[in-house]
Design a protein around this ligand. Structure first.
Ligand code: HDD
Length: 712
């Protein structure tokens, strides 16, 4: 799936890369100057009257430097403040002309440059990556016919049906205004108070409580446009459409305890993961898919297709794969690119239009508006990362930070002095013609259609479609989130809502959060399931870019370590030797191996798996280390792949990990539990192959039943 690039390779050559490179600056080998280009002779002392001051006002260099610094912060995004992004390319794999006139989807093989920003919704810019949250997945397609922004999330449904409630939702979820606690967490009273009084949110809440809310990597999550859009073809014929991103690496989450620990060990975990993967040439990939519904079928579903709290089950409306997204270039400057990129669902191109989805309609106002205060004026489209590669010609003029120098005296239409140019374009000339088929009728009303009021059917469908481990994780998440809620009335109201989804679900949550189990018989009777909503079974078997720790001490078995390392690296894993001290450790047969991390700078939660090679001297030292025992126990508790060879098998057995029978050796049970052990490895390739298989499964959920017995 991925292509390895050499460090320093020329960035991918496309129209956007060429355009944006014109704005980059490289200071290497240059003299220091002011912003006016004047070379500076001294930069470490301000200009003073005598050696002991005071500083002179005429020091223009000092004033310019400090003034710029004083103003270098801009308002963070009111939501999705924390995120990370990358450049890449979208390739159309199936010509879609029959359905849409969108030029970038018109022929297989057509490539379009993109910039993607991933984000957490609630936390501030400096919060941690692994908070339980919905994640943003926003894509800017720099098409030849103008920019198209697909501003989606990693969860296909939203909390509310109407944009008018958005400020309330966000106020409830953000830190409480009197204390500004808690940061980047929904586990507090105001959030659940709002949710418990907003039953339309029940469906998305179950998704957010599932492991989708704590993704292992931005590269391992799905993306959804969420709202219903329209495709419109060259003859003006329209149909409803929903957009999907499907990750090549499968859909994987963290374990909640692990997510919390990572928050302390490496709050940049997801950001680092994305940057490192692209830097190493493991380019993340997604398939792009669409679900389409004809106008004639608009009312033929047991949900309203305009309701953003409902999915179109993939089993009923299949996802047609029509493209591929590859992220292949890290930004050069986080602020200039990731921070200043401005998305807007209203940025569409001919061939894509809006539906009457009331959430989308409200979004169409909000995004343009917010950029004006965030980026300081209406010219944010001129910031390099936001500039379309399509040419811009209009009569908009001036305003803060204007870059373009428009020539001529005419800036109005109609005009005769400039031949009435720039002129409008017909549909045939590529002009955007709003979709004409939309039926808008009825009295002005602040109300919703009946099907919107069915809050529980699809929530139940989601719950019924999960596997046992997924359900267990969801319940544990609910116990944590609601367990932090002080108001018993709020907890009771939430349990009452869950009781309308499924009685067992409500009873299990009630038990953990100290409220009475509500009566049975109130749950929705909807019995459909949608296997596609489950993350289980999406592992692709690959271990490319997965991180593996090798724990060893001096006197380790050099052949075992080398063979395992070689096999893992060949399969694409990132291998780090962890030992007590940095520097090098020597094997029993005299090989020196560099140590990447010590016990203080590493932690089990930062790896996907661990291997311990044998070697009597090494194992004797490791056996004395509480840190090592803790490392392995955590790995076991978090269901990650573990391998041990030679004397290390005895070490592993001495930890008495529940479920691992002493002397299991090559026992199938141990393998099922994702633990590969071989006391006398004759064939290290075979041991490595088993370990790679276990790693490729992401987690050994078979360990679920026993893992909680391991002390945290
Ligand atoms: Fe939003 C940012 C996704 C509903 C108002 N939103 C924002 C971002 C994403 C989403 C991914 C970050 C973009 C970036 O990386 O810069 N938002 C969604 C999705 C929604 C949704 C999938 C439901 C389908 N949003 C929504 C509503 C409103 C907003 C209903 C307001 C009425 N969203 C905003 C905003 C933000 C934003 C205030 C903050 C920063 C920005 O726009 O550029 O305008």
């Amino acid at each position: 799936m991925s292509k390895h690039v050499k460090k320093g390779e020329i960035p991918p050559d496309n129209a956007k890369t060429r355009a944006i490179m014109g704005f980059t600056a490289d200071d290497a080998g240059e003299f220091l100057t002011t912003n006016q280009g004047v070379r500076i002779s001294h930069d470490e002392d301000s200009l003073k009257a005598g050696k002991r001051g005071p500083t002179l006002l005429e020091d223009f260099h000092f004033r310019e430097k400090i003034t710029h610094f004083d103003h270098e912060m801009i308002p963070e995004r009111v939501v999705h403040a924390r995120g990370s992004g990358a450049h890449g390319v979208f390739e159309c794999t199936e010509a879609m002309g029959e359905y849409t006139s969108a030029d970038f989807l018109s022929e297989a093989g057509r490539q379009t440059p993109v910039f993607v920003r991933f984000s957490q919704v609630l936390g501030s810019k400096g919060s941690m990556d692994t908070a339980r949250d919905v994640r943003g997945f926003a894509t800017k397609f720099y098409t030849d016919k103008g920019n198209f922004d697909l501003v989606g999330n990693n969860i296909p449904v939203f909390f509310i049906q109407d944009a008018i409630k958005f400020p309330d939702l966000i106020h409830a979820g953000k830190p409480e205004p009197n204390t500004h606690i808690p940061q980047a967490s929904t586990a507090h009273d105001t959030f659940w108070d709002f949710i418990s009084l907003t039953p339309e949110s029940t469906h998305v809440i179950l998704w957010a409580l599932s492991d989708r809310g704590i993704t292992r990597s931005y590269r391992m999550m799905e993306g959804f446009g969420v709202n219903t859009y329209r495709f419109v073809n060259a003859t003006g014929q329209g149909r409803f459409v929903k957009f999907h991103w499907k990750p090549k690496l499968g859909i994987h989450g963290l374990v909640w305890e692990e997510a919390q620990m990572i928050g302390g060990m490496d709050s940049d975990f997801l950001r680092r993961d994305l940057y490192d993967a692209i830097g190493m040439g493991f380019y993340p990939e997604w398939e792009f898919g669409v679900q389409m519904i004809e106008d004639a079928d608009e009312h033929n579903f047991d949900f309203d297709i305009l309701d953003p709290t409902k999915i179109w089950p993939e089993e009923e409306v299949p996802v047609k794969i029509i493209g591929r997204l590859t992220l292949n270039r890290n930004p050069d400057n986080f602020f200039a690119e990731v921070e200043q990129v401005a998305f807007h669902p209203g940025h569409v191109v001919p061939g894509i239009d809006f539906s009457n989805d009331p959430l989308l309609q409200g979004r169409l106002f909000s995004y343009l508006d917010t950029q004006i205060s965030r980026l300081g004026g209406p010219n944010f489209h001129e910031i390099p990362v936001n500039r379309p590669i399509a040419q811009v010609h209009n009569n908009q003029r001036d305003a803060m930070h204007r870059q373009t120098i428009n020539k001529g005296r005419v800036s109005y239409i109609p005009n005769s002095l400039g031949d009435n140019e720039p002129n409008v374009a017909s549909r045939e000339q590529g002009g955007f013609v709003p979709y004409a088929g939309r039926i808008i009728e009825g009295p002005a009303t602040r109300s919703r259609d009946e099907k919107f009021m069915d809050f529980y059917s699809q929530a139940r469908m989601f719950w019924l479609s999960l596997t046992d481990p997924e359900r267990r994780h969801l319940l544990q998440a609910a116990h944590f989130e609601l367990g932090k809620v002080e108001s018993k009335a709020v907890r009771e109201r939430m349990v009452a809502n869950f009781n309308k989804v499924d009685h067992e679900l409500a009873a299990a949550i009630a038990m953990g959060v100290g409220v009475a189990t509500p009566p049975a018989g109130e749950a929705s009777t909807y019995e459909k399931s949608s296997p596609a909503v489950s993350m289980a079974g999406t592992a692709k078997g690959t271990i490319e870019s997965r991180k593996v720790a090798i724990i060893a001490a001096p006197g380790f078995d050099g052949k075992q370590l080398a063979a395992m390392q070689e096999a893992l690296v060949a399969a694409g894993a990132v291998v780090e030797v962890v030992s007590m001290l940095l520097g090098h450790i020597e094997s029993a047969d005299g090989q020196m191996v560099p140590v990447k991390k010590n016990y203080i700078t590493s932690a089990s939660v930062l790896y996907d798996g661990v291997y311990i090679p044998g070697g009597q001297a090494s194992i004797s030292m490791l056996a004395f280390s509480g840190k090592v025992k803790n490392f392995i126990s955590e790995m076991y508790r978090h269901c990650k792949a573990i391998a041990a060879t030679g004397e290390a098998v005895g070490l592993l057995e001495s930890y008495k990990l529940p479920g691992l029978v002493p002397g299991a050796g090559k026992d199938a049970t141990a393998k099922d539990l994702g633990v590969i052990m071989d006391t006398k490895p004759k064939d290290m390739k075979a041991v490595a192959a088993d370990f790679i298989t276990a790693l490729g499964q992401h987690r050994a959920w078979a360990r679920e039943d026993v893992k909680n017995k391991v002390p945290a």
